[in-house]
Design a protein around this ligand. Sequence first.
Ligand code: BEZ
Length: 326
Amino acid sequence: MTCSSGFRALALPAGLLALLAGTDPAQARDYRLGLITPPSHQWTLTAEEIAATLAERTEGRVNILVMAGGQLGNEARMLQQLQSGSLDFGMFTVGEFANRNPDYGIFLAPFIAPDAKAARELLSGEVAGQLLDGFTDFGLHGLAWGMAGLRQIALAEPAATVADLAGQKIRTVPLAPELDFWRLLGAAPTPMPLPELYSAFANGQVSGMQIDFEGTWNAGYYRHAGQVIRSDHMMFPMAAVASGRSWLGIDAADRAVIDEVFAEAVDAMVVRYGEIDATYLAEIEAAGVPVQQVDEAWFGAAGPQWYESWRDKAPMLSALEAEAGR
Ligand code: BEZ
């Protein structure tokens, strides 16, 4: 390159040039965030919000492209991509983690949090902090714990008592804590990812599902439901994580901004879920779907039996129960 003065310019590295110019040496970079939820889902909306805030707060150095709806594959594939550094960020269910380390399944303990407020306390508590730090064991950096709406049950045919669920094919997430609960209820839990669920329910391949009000409404499952059981029986945690490899390549000051922005936005989302659940429940009721409210006692011995077996499998469960005051 020749300067206007006629001298040949030295080919200096960009970082050094920036330093000499007195500007921030951190480079602008594009990153990718993968998640399985569709564009309309609150997780995806929050991811988009995070991307916009980060671009602004880092003056364009951290540009996150949100890849929603499982465009990059299922969570197993996205976890591999995070570990290899070909994906930078993810917002995940706990499926891949809980199936490797049962402690990551403890937020799914039945009735551990009666509402979004109680769930928020657990997701920002000491046990949650330890689990967040533990993401390093997966080659990840833990950013924040979030959640979706509390779990409910949508059924093709109404169930008057829990005995009516026996033998029914109930869709769950492929997650040991959910599967165990449904086995203890005598049902036939049928693991199925979200994209297959609508046609499986419409065609009668499954007779019901464990889901939240948001999905029941937005994905249209309510159209084929003869009853929705308002049980609030589990929370559904979400882990926001970064690839450990990508993380090391990010400037320390930008890493601090990323930690802060994820923590703030994900916490705001958890708070919002109280309202989101109420809004979608009202839509479902207004559409004429019968909603039956049940409590912990309705599920009989399944809850206590679940805790008995999971206290052995997941050593951190007892500490979470103590935090929850159970
Ligand atoms: C589900 O599979 O039920 C689910 C996944 C992500 C967010 C909410 C629900």
